[in-house]
Design a protein. Sequence first.
Length: 391
Amino acid sequence: MNIFGTKKKDELILVFNIGSSTVDGALFEAQSSGIPKIIFSAQEPIKTEEKVDFDNFLSLAMQSLQIVAGKIYQAGLGVPSQIFCVLSLPWYVFQTRIINFKKNTPFLFTLKLADELVKKEVKLFEEEYLLLHKNPDNRIRVIELKNIKTMLNGYETSEVLGKKIEELEMTVFIAMSEERMLKKIEDIVGKYFHFKQIKFSSFILSFFTAVRDLYPKQENFLLVDIGGEVTDISMIKKNTLRESISFPLGCNFLTREVASNLGCTVSEAGSFISLFKDKHAEESVTKKLTLILNKIREEWLKKFQDSLANLSNDISIPSTIYIAINKNLVDYFCETIKTEQFSQYTLTESKFEVIFLKTELLHRIAVFEENNVLEPFIIVIDSVYINRFLI
């Protein structure tokens, strides 16, 4: 394994993103400039169920993947040379692990030594996961290894191999996913595109890369990814992914709570929320929804506050927040975070500044084929990351 990067070249790439509310897909031209050209994109929602059942949820996600793969195949825009699949939470688990290694006498830092140290960390991570889930059939596969930072003798450097040192510290990102799900993805995509290998990666690193490209002077910030089922918060300090934490309340939580309180289906609840947001709901419905949504806001906000407190670990929380979320609910959650008071006055230096990564911003780091639908901004973020680091 080589965790220190790969070479890029111009070619046609296919990428899928499997989230917890939608499945997205795109064909893009990878370019040596590092700026992808989006040729075609497609999106299919994952049906929201009344109750969360993981097996059923997985089945629905795979149905959406099949539809997206079929749309891209039927577009007939060319044969991709590589296929990637980016997973959002809750479809993978990850850790940022710090490896410390030192000797009393100088030693040579080699790729072989780095691989040995990383393999030990991967094994420990796997053992922790299997111990937590206690299911012998729950086989997992490493989908991503990324060297985030290397320090030799206490100094950060990008020139690491072949150096004689006495002390080494490596910060490594490791992501894993269940084998059964990865196999399902490979089987579905393989029906349309005859590839023996699909390369998997995580959305968190895609998100991090896009923000870093868009705002190169911003070294400290939070990434908040609000998916259908999970909200993930990641803290970046000095351009390094330091910690992450998540809680199981996403956009679908809002829909289910509205459905429960109004005594309607989740589909009807989604319609009521859309009407309310667009100020087209009847007055009686507006009054009820205002009370319900305020209650939901308090519950989500409490989880958000608790997560920030646990994330801080006695260090300050960055006040700049970049948020990835379905555009239909961006105003609701952005305002919710802005109105939060406890954490931003006790854990941060100033009030929260919330920035939504809408498609228009991504024109600075990607180019688009004329007449291409630009709505699935998530897939653009993934394309930027893949073009920069994985090809």
